[in-house]
Design a protein around this ligand. Sequence first.
Ligand code: ZN
Length: 104
Amino acid sequence: MTGCNWHTVAGYGVLLVECKDCGRRGALRKEDVGTRMHQGNMREINREKFKCRKCGGTEVRAYLPKSQDQVEMFLAGRSDRHDATGDLSRRPEPAGPTPSTRRQ
Ligand SMILES: [Zn+2]
């Protein structure tokens, strides 16, 4: 699973972001990011530039929510980081070819 491009985000319909400078949190939906969020856009989230509306910072952590509840919890500041699907600011794990069980 590549896990961190717009294609994936489009599947969720929302991207949660948290400013690393001031901690402001937001949920970006298609109307916020425009045409970038669409199936087939393989541009990595890590390469995107986000700008905090509060402090102007551009360093953000990005998360994918598991559920709508988690979106609301995140925005309310109650979501534990461990609940999120993943911290997209980290490098994704190498998605090498997995030698899955071969069938003869
Ligand atoms: Zn900020």
